[in-house]
Write a protein that binds this ligand. Sequence first.
Ligand code: CUA
Length: 143
Amino acid sequence: MRIIHQSQKWYGVRSKWFIFLLTLGVTVSILSTNPFPTPDQKKEYSGNDYQNVTVDSHQWYWVMTPSTVKAGQPVAFQVSSADVNHGFGIYDEKLTLVAQTQAMPGYTNKLVHTFDKPGKYKILCLEYCGLAHHAMISELTVE
Ligand code: CUA
């Protein structure tokens, strides 16, 4: 009898605990996505503020126009696909991922990144896209 009474005491705490966890989850989510990692997809990244690079992906190669950009000025990548989904991943010389977005057929994803350091950056595919997925490698030169 006493045991039942004891557990009932915690029923009220349970709803408070739920609200606490919900609040904690929402707060951590908002704080960890600020600034939001994806740029405004509706914005036109044009003019002198951005260097524009068009990225077309195919099984199994990348076409980047141009493939040379300058360090210190934001680069707006317009990424699309001619066939299936690919993953556009930019890696530095130590093969650390610096930026990425999906390459999707019929849609242009915008990715804005400012390169701090000049160098040869590798473009690797981040999504399995068929037999030669692993060979889908290109290079971006940052001056
Ligand atoms: Cu393209 Cu994997």
